[in-house]
Write a protein that binds this ligand. Structure first.
Ligand SMILES: [Zn+2]
Length: 458
């Protein structure tokens, strides 16, 4: 650890987070650092204890879940452990949309933090959570990312996409800038990837000598390819954290050549944040069991059952600490496969996912022929509540002539502000290309059953 990094981590961060802001984030982190080493049975007990509190709260104070449990003939005392959760139905995106504000708690804590997601499978959602859930989310991220050697205060390069909407006000931008400066984080926009932009990334790596490179899997792998093809690596191992998308074996190979073997896949979604993360043994993704119950479920007609190790199923999440707007058995639209349930050589008791399938947004090309990050589209559909609340499903298609069609299944007509937001985002990121919106009744999955958010016609 560098001298500044250790001062930041051991003094500045606790003084700010615990002393001034009086937030419990770091005490949650301490708990998580210990609990990861517990054996599986003890972790399941801890999880069950938190789950029982959540279920009681949801039954008593969240109208949607009260109705769901009454309909299922379930009372809170029936749910003793994660295995009992299967007595409750799965919350789909459609049912979450339909339930609307009935999913919010009627007593404190209220969901004061509001967010939207564009959805990794093209289904947007508006949701909320309470501050305590935020502290858990941050603590879970700090622990998981910490397995890669990440520490706040160490130099990091983020190859990341800024939010595509209108810029935040100056005061907020200044606050973000100061925060990044103090934390020594350098952000480089990954949305458009010209050779000039890739050369700029390499220059920044050489100048900053970062302790980590944090990126979306696809756009980061373009940097890696550029480094490998042009033989630019002149640094020792730099840990890489791959976020947002599945990490393919090819991309992992490129990262390994460009940055060394410390390549870490992470899995999360905006609704609950970090779900799983690789440890130093790169042996599947350890799940954040203390904050989430993650089920992998196979549906057969009206029936459902847990997927067997090696079998692909739907990811179904229960957030143990979001009391403001609970997610109980929420299917976020992703598909995953569990590992064989053998012990990881690292010694952590946390169960593992082998892989999250099909979560890859292909890159498109703009009018200059430069690559544009496919995740851009899901970020566009999360940039305002009006957009996320009007669109049930979206899919972007780049035709052979490079024109872009965005298909939308609408819940209601787009208002003029949303239309203007879309127009501006397309104009900014898809320079020189004709883009059109096409309302449709449905977006069928591809023949292999997967729904792609971005389709590039060869
Ligand atoms: Zn491990």
């Amino acid at each position: 650890m560098s001298r500044y990094g250790s001062a930041f981590y051991q003094t500045i961060l606790p003084a700010w987070e615990t002393g001034i802001r009086r937030r419990p984030t770091l005490s949650y982190l301490d708990k998580l650092e210990e609990s990861q080493w517990l054996d599986r049975d003890r972790l399941l007990e801890l999880q069950a204890m938190e789950l029982r509190k959540l279920i009681h709260h949801a039954f008593n104070h969240v109208p949607h879940y009260r109705a769901v449990m009454e309909k299922a003939g379930v009372v809170p005392s029936d749910i003793r452990s994660a295995a009992d959760l299967r007595r409750l139905p799965i919350l789909t995106k459609n049912s979450a949309h339909a339930a609307g504000s009935l999913r919010a708690s009627t007593v404190e804590p209220f969901p004061t933090i509001k967010k939207s997601t564009g959805g990794s499978t093209g289904q947007p959602l508006q949701f909320g959570y309470d501050p305590n859930s935020e502290y858990w989310r941050i603590a879970v991220k700090l622990r998981g990312w910490g397995w890669s050697g990440y520490r706040p205060g160490e130099r990091m390069i983020y190859f990341w996409g800024p939010p595509p909407g209108t810029q935040p006000p100056l005061k907020k931008r200044l606050k973000i800038g100061v925060d990044r400066y103090v934390r020594r984080e350098t952000y480089i926009d990954c949305t458009i990837r010209s050779d000039q932009q890739l050369a700029h990334v390499v220059e920044t790596i050489r100048r900053e000598k970062p302790k980590g490179f944090i990126c979306f899997s696809q756009s980061g792998s373009d940097v890696a390819r550029y480094i490998v093809e042009n033989r630019l690596r002149d640094w020792d191992t730099i840990p890489v954290l791959c976020c947002g998308e599945q990490l393919s074996p090819q991309a992992r190979g490129l990262f390994t050549q460009a940055f060394g073997p410390a390549v870490f896949e992470t899995y999360g979604c905006r609704e609950v944040m970090l779900i799983g993360m690789e440890c130093e043994h790169h042996n599947g993704l350890h799940m954040s069991m203390e904050n989430l119950v993650t089920e992998v479920i196979v549906r057969e007609g009206d029936q459902e059952r847990p997927a067997r190790p090696g079998e692909t199923g739907e990811v179904v999440l229960t957030d143990l600490h979001n009391f403001g707007m609970p997610f109980i058995r929420y299917a976020n639209g992703d598909l995953a496969t569990l590992t064989e349930d053998t012990a990881c050589p690292c010694g952590r008791g946390l169960a593992r996912i082998a892989t999250v399938e099909g979560r890859v947004a292909d890159s498109v090309r703009d009018g200059n022929g430069d690559l544009v990050c496919g995740i851009l589209f899901s970020r566009i559909f999360s940039m305002s509540d009006a957009l996320a609340g009007s669109v049930r499903h979206w899919q972007a298609i780049q035709r052979k002539d490079r024109s872009v069609t965005v298909k939308l299944v609408l819940l209601r007509e787009l208002d003029s502000v949303s239309r203007e937001d879309l127009r501006r985002a397309f104009e900014r990121y898809l320079k020189g290309l004709p883009c059109k919106i096409e309302p449709v009744d449905e977006i069928p999955p591809a023949p292999n059953g997967k729904r792609k958010t971005v389709v590039v016609e060869a």
